[in-house]
Design a protein around this ligand. Sequence first.
Ligand code: A2P
Length: 290
Amino acid sequence: TIKCVHLSSGVTMPLFGLGTFKIRGQDTVHQVLDAALAAGYRSFDTASVYRNEEDIGKSMQTLLPKYGLCRQEIFITSKLAPKDQGQGACREACLQSLSRLQCSYLDLFLIHWPGTHKLRPEDPHHKENRLGSWADMEQLHEEGKVKSIGVSNFLQHHLEELMKACSVKPAVLQIEFHPHLVQRDLLQWCQQHDVHFQAYSSLGTSNQDNKLLTDATVQDVANRVNRTPAQVLLRWAVQQGVGILPKSTNPNHIKENSDIFDFELGDQIMQELTTLSRDTHYCWDPSAVV
Ligand code: A2P
């Protein structure tokens, strides 16, 4: 059985799923999803900007029957592209994601980024656009087209603004999280407000010089507990109740990343990893978005 979390929407979501950023092309997507389903993954995270929704939708048409699964047994997340923010545009974009994924509903739909443009963090329209998007998301939720709604890359000030304006609160915050970026205050805020905290880039990105998998402390802990550095990083997150979305195109890694529910890291090791924090973003830092 897969460890799950209960969201404020009333929906149950697997604590771990497959990230799919940069996994593109029909053959690659098919092979990766096949390996993930075989390893027991039931949750899949995509986004309009990943440009793989069509490949995922197509692969699922043959893979779900292969594994004797129906749509209700898997959990699909997608995200609103920054360029599609705003009332009206958000709704249209969600319907297009549904169509590309060949789904009648999404399990979770997230606003991908607090701003409308990645490169213009000070655009005065960001606030109006994200609140407009949220109004659409609430309606999509009401209609059952999306079972839960949430946000990604929002910081506390973005979340507080949304909490004041919303009728349905965000069920999930998905954000970069790993021992080099422990997000202590944001995690605590989410726990206090029943917003499920979900990590991306738990392994520290696909860059050549990965500073996290090769971190001396992470490697030392891995040796001590007889696990791999990737498993230690993922376990560190889930032991804090944080959801994870590791991604890999390597079937051995895909399997390895799911084998993290049969061991535990002691308090001292958890602390050792947490003290590695240096506030390093390996992906994007949304703090400049007004
Ligand atoms: P690969 O596809 O060769 O497995 P993130 O999700 O943090 O952005 O990181 C994904 C990166 O981590 C990819 O480059 C992936 O490469 C690598 N990766 C995923 N799982 C493992 C693992 N178990 N061991 C080593 N590297 C991994």
